[in-house]
Ligand binder design. Structure first.
Ligand SMILES: [Zn+2]
Length: 280
């Protein structure tokens, strides 16, 4: 990933989208990308000069950061490096980008896009439609499906491996993962739990699979912590690798909103495969 960013910096894309990984990993890459583009050393990035250090400490004046999860009130009461991502701040951004950058580029990180009001991403789209050669945008999202397709199509997307546990996993997903673990040892009717029409939506199905993927990778790394990981640790390395492939396949089927297969069918087939794998 680091090599890729260095080669991209020769002709940086207007918008880079980081998905996957976890929140901290995405932000780390955004900072690295900023260093590659703004560092003035011959060997970019040096990660040691004044500019690089200011970037790594989120204090660089040539970077603006917006987060749709911050409320306007919090933003006013206690402004931090990340300001709220709303239409007003997006318009301010446009004004700021009109100034000549003091370093090579202006950089903008945007996160929490799915939690913002729809006016904000629309205002952002307007800015992107009139590109400024000195402005580089970095969008940070768990999965590209969570934001407007028009934003994705304007971006170069880089996917981080889904390795570490994402803090964003909701209680619903954690609960479902626990029940799935109980199902794998024959103690719970997982298929019965997910089958009511109102229960499973696309997002929950995707997050569940993401949780399974994380658990499989953790187990493979030999550090089981959750009930599901505890149950998966009895599988051979070969079986775990097979399960990871099946998980990726299932994720792939749910990547597209227009998938002909319903989330329920995908999870049913997936659950049965893992159940039988544990018994073979
Ligand atoms: Zn530097």
């Amino acid at each position: 990933m680091i090599n890729r960013l260095q080669s991209l910096a020769r002709r940086p894309p207007q918008v880079l989208l980081f998905e996957g990984g976890n929140e901290e990993a995405r932000l780390e890459l955004a900072r690295y990308w900023a260093c590659v583009n703004l560092c003035a050393s011959a060997e970019r990035p040096c990660l040691a000069c004044v500019t690089c250090r200011s970037i790594l400490q989120d204090q660089c004046v040539e970077i603006r950061a917006l987060d749709g999860r911050i409320s306007s009130k919090d933003d006013e009461d206690n402004p931090g490096f990340f300001r709220t991502f709303n239409a007003e701040n997006a318009r301010d951004l446009k004004h700021w980008l009109g100034n000549f950058p003091k370093l090579r580029y202006h950089l903008v990180y945007i996160t929490g896009i799915a939690a913002s009001r729809p006016e904000a991403p629309n205002a952002l789209l307007k800015i992107l439609e009139e590109p400024s050669p000195s402005a580089l945008f970095v969008l940070l999202v768990p999965q590209r499906e969570q934001i407007l397709p028009t934003l994705v199509s304007r971006s170069l997307t880089l996917t981080l491996p889904y390795v570490q546990r994402d803090e964003a996993l909701s209680e619903d997903v954690d609960d479902l993962l626990k029940r799935f673990a109980a199902f794998l040892i024959g103690r719970e009717d997982f298929l019965g739990i997910i089958s009511p029409k109102s229960f499973l939506n696309l997002q929950l199905a995707r997050d569940f699979l993401l949780g399974c993927q994380n658990s499989l990778v953790h187990t493979l790394a030999g550090e089981p912590k959750t009930p599901l990981e505890d149950c998966l640790k009895n599988l051979s390395v070969q079986a775990l690798s097979q399960a990871i492939l099946w998980t990726q396949e299932a994720c792939e089927m749910l990547r597209n909103d227009l998938s002909p297969v319903s989330p329920l069918r995908v999870l049913e087939a997936y659950a049965m495969r893992l159940y039988l794998l544990g018994r073979s």
